[in-house]
Design a protein around this ligand. Structure first.
Ligand SMILES: *Cc1c(COP(=O)(O)O)cnc(C)c1O
Length: 490
């Protein structure tokens, strides 16, 4: 592609648009001195503009261009039928303030989605309101707080977070006014039960458990752990972002988890990333149903012989209140609904089984060449250490950058924090054996390069317009600028 900016491509006098001759009397222009004629606008033909922006769009790596093994994010392929359904005029053009009689189809879809999520998770109630996983966590922790307060149990001020949890968990607890206490993992990557018992007392509000955890491991003592927290009077929050590993196999509600969020934009194939709309529904066990945010979708008039039920919005009895405008990200819910409908119960189980199989297949092909800190069968993802004892000065970041030279999106790195130089790889079930084989080959090749030509890794990426940036400054000190010939403009 041309690496020139649109200003450098400009050619004086070239035009992309031609205005038709005016069919009204031209208005008087203001005084010459008020009109700027020297704006540095590029002059291009339509085809130049199209090529320029098409080339820019190709710089953007996406799941439609290749494998996106970003651990914890479940970057599975988003089937196009989801988009077709979300664009049906009856869904796309509804207004949230329409009278409910005119949006019965949309409400029926939301009601059904709540029912399906309950069935998939084993919970008694579901809200579709939260905008993303992290907002779902906030809802869940506020529900835990409201539950204790409703019982007059006000001394419960702390929330336990295993050190293998997602970073949003401690952030959510702190935002909700709780004291956050970490719980260490044991040598097999499970929550350390002895350490857990030592911090459980009558000030415990709850524990936030990511299971499978961010090491890609299912906690082997999950039932005991939940029992310990419950015996201390606390509730267990389940971070359900990793549901893609267990759908149709284990139901978090059946394990005894009290409240959990789903990530529709991970497990249920709705697009995510780039700050786009997500959806983080929350499921709760029976004793928490009354605390759900306002409103949930319910049946407000039962079906009769002649009429279907009337759906509407219902306010739970002890609601924590409204958490999001209107009823959540409806378009995302339509996509997830389509996905569930397309796969059915058996299909959802197959998805999880394939996700776990794919991750273990990939791991089995590369584990001899990398360090695996927790050497167990993984769930839908695994975490490597991106360093070798016999190679000085090559880090996880260098491996991630080198993968870009081979046209892959890098895995998650430096997370989870409990693994030194972590590389967290999640292939998802939508990748074929051929894709996994090719990716494994590349990872093996990079391991070899690290030993023979480490500078290739240290200097990567070589193919991108911009190489290494100062990662912290790039995020904190945004300078969006463009150049016009001669004169830089900020
Ligand atoms: C993605 C993720 C979250 C947060 O979800 P968002 O939708 O990104 O807010 C929480 N926990 C885990 C384990 C995750 O992977």
């Amino acid at each position: 592609m041309s690496e020139k900016t649109i200003f450098e491509l400009s050619s004086p006098g070239r035009q992309g648009v031609r205005f038709p001759a005016p069919d009204v009397t031209p208005a008087e222009l203001p005084d010459e001195s008020l009109i700027r004629a020297d704006l540095p606008l590029p002059e291009l033909a339509e085809v130049d503009v199209i090529r320029h922006f098409t080339a820019l769009s190709k710089l953007n790596y996406c799941v439609d261009s290749g494998l996106y093994p970003l651990g914890s994010c479940t970057m599975k392929y988003n089937p196009r039928i989801n988009e077709d359904m979300a664009r049906l005029p009856g869904f796309a053009f509804t207004h949230p303030l329409q009278p409910i009689e005119t949006i019965q189809g949309s409400l029926a879809l939301m009601f059904q989605m709540q029912e399906w999520l309950k069935e998939i998770s084993g919970f008694e109630g579901v809200t579709l309101e939260p905008a993303a996983g992290a907002q779902g966590e906030l809802v869940g922790v506020l529900i835990i707080r409201a539950y204790h307060q409703s019982r007059g149990d006000t001394k419960r001020t702390k929330i336990l977070i295993p050190d293998s949890a997602h970073g949003t968990n401690p952030a959510t607890s702190a935002m909700s006014g709780f004291e956050v206490l970490p719980v260490p993992s044991d040598a097999r990557g499970n929550v350390d039960l002895e350490a857990l018992k030592a911090v459980c007392d009558d000030t415990l509000a709850g524990l936030m458990l990511t299971n499978p955890n961010t090491l890609g491991l299912f906690d082997e003592h999950v039932l005991e752990l939940i029992d310990i927290v419950h015996k201390a009077g606390g509730l267990v929050y389940g971070d359900g972002a990793n549901l893609n590993a267990i759908m149709g196999v284990v139901r978090p509600g059946d394990l005894g988890i009290d409240v959990m969020h789903f990530n529709l934009h991970k497990t249920f194939s709705t697009p995510h990333g780039g700050g786009g709309p997500g959806s983080g529904p929350v499921g709760v066990a029976k004793h928490l149903v009354d605390f759900l945010p306002d409103p949930v979708v319910g049946i407000i008039e039962d079906a009769t012989e002649e009429m279907p039920p009337l759906y509407g919005f219902v306010t739970p009895a002890k609601t924590i209140g409204r958490i999001k405008s209107f009823a959540g990200h409806f378009g995302v819910i339509v996509r997830a609904y389509t996905y569930v409908l397309m796969h059915g119960a058996e299909g959802l189980r197959d998805i999880s089984e394939m996700a776990v199989l794919n991750a273990n297949y990939l791991l089995s092909k590369i584990r001899h060449a990398y360090t695996l800190p927790y050497n167990r069968t993984c769930m839908h993802e695994f975490v490597l250490e991106g360093v070798w004892p016999d190679v000085a000065d090559v880090h996880a970041l260098d491996i991630a950058k080198r993968l870009m030279d081979y046209d892959y999106h890098p895995p998650t790195n430096y997370f989870p924090l409990i693994v030194h130089e972590a590389l967290m790889i999640e292939p998802t079930e939508t990748e074929s054996k051929q894709t996994l084989d090719a990716f494994a080959e590349t990872l093996l090749k990079i391991a070899e390069e690290a030993h023979t030509t480490p500078e290739l890794l240290k200097e990567a990426p070589h193919k991108t317009p911009i190489g290494r940036v100062d990662e912290v400054r790039a995020a904190r000190d945004l300078v969006l600028c463009c150049w016009i010939p001669e004169e830089p403009v900020k």
